[in-house]
Design a protein around this ligand. Sequence first.
Ligand code: GDP
Ligand code: MG
Length: 452
Amino acid sequence: SLSDRLAGALKDLRGKGRLSPADIDSTAREIRLALLEADVALPVVRGFVAKVKERAKGAEVSAALNPAQQVVKIVNEELITILGGETRRLRLAKNPPTVIMLAGLQGAGKTTLAGKLAKYLKGQGHTPLLVACDLQRPGAVTQLQVVGERAGVPVFAPHPGTSIGGGENPLGVSASDPVDVARAGIEEAKAKQYDVVIVDTAGRLGIDEELMRQAAGIRDAVNPDETLFVLDAMIGQDAVSTAQAFRDGVGFTGVVLTKLDGDARGGAALSVREITGQPILFASTGEKLEDFDVFHPDRMASRILGMGDLLTLIEQAEQVYDAKQAEEAARKIGSGELTLEDFLEQMLAIRKMGPIGNLLGMLPGAGQMKDVLAQVDDKQLDRVQAIIRGMTPAERANPKIINASRRLRIANGSGVQVSDVNQLVDRFFEAKKMMGAMSRQFGLPGSGRGGK
Ligand code: GDP
Ligand code: MG
């Protein structure tokens, strides 16, 4: 499977201290093969592999992650990106009813999806109406009625006696024209105040003009808020041409992947977003109405990667690393051990990360420090750095010894005014006092003063 292949490609990196260009190339080659074998479309594979390679080569040395973990992280992030990034929710119309039209080949799972969607929306407090516009296949209307009954949602259908209006086809709808039925269905929803209309349509076994014409006709009649292209994830490479044909012939605002429970190789999911530019909204994983969920790119990515545990570990490693540094800083602050050396170190760490304005809040745990730094801009920071550098180690460790003559010497050595040195030393003592008090008051780590 794709997961196994990807795991295999990444396994070879384990235990490497650093990655050579050759390591990255061979890993990229393996990933490429894995994706192609899973029926991911070639242009998508090319783009993906190029991106992973570029990022792997540029990856900074991270203290939290080893090289193999970094590559896994990159692959995971790029998978999420090609799957659409953020979860895309269904868009509801400002003025109900919201009209959702389903399109796709015969057997893709449209009618089943209609029921699933209806049930899902009903569960969210909506009042959906299903509209049966597949008049092609014998039994298609009945199938939707069965599904509707299971979902506990009414079905608007053209046949006498079966329309939800009861009686004999009260709207006088032609039972042979899906466009008429669609239009009447919307009228019914408006009249009876259903807030979502789900329009089931006919598909064909293959793409043909008649199918596209009919779907486009229904689209024009109902003016859908969402047109969902329903795609059988098991159809492999054909997914791309089918999706393109529907995009060009009918147009759609989102994709639903079905039959993800099957032995799907995952390629369809990975290609469709990139190829059509439209997001995947839902995933269908079985024949029952409950086998259905909102599509989350991040969850799908980790499913494909099959490394959920490793990804969690990576996340934790990054957090633990930050936390460790922060804890040490907090401990020193709490126990009154903070020196000007630490002060400088913290400033330089922050400095490395970019303009000070963006950074406040990026130092977890060393939060008290940021209150002090909030008042400092980059120019001042330069001056502070120069002043501290101009001090002897003894002065940095114990600023209390910095008397008037030392201040003068430091000022001269750093090219600043004595008042600048005074200000820094004063600010340091003030900050230390304030942070120590805060730390004791709020029971921050290290406040036990030599407690461990
Ligand atoms: P339509 O022609 O597009 O309306 O497709 P249907 O809704 O009639 O579904 C075709 C077949 O696929 C039916 O037998 C469904 O039970 C089945 N089916 C639909 N969705 C799924 C799914 O997510 N998983 C599985 N295993 N079967 C599905
Ligand atoms: Mg159907």
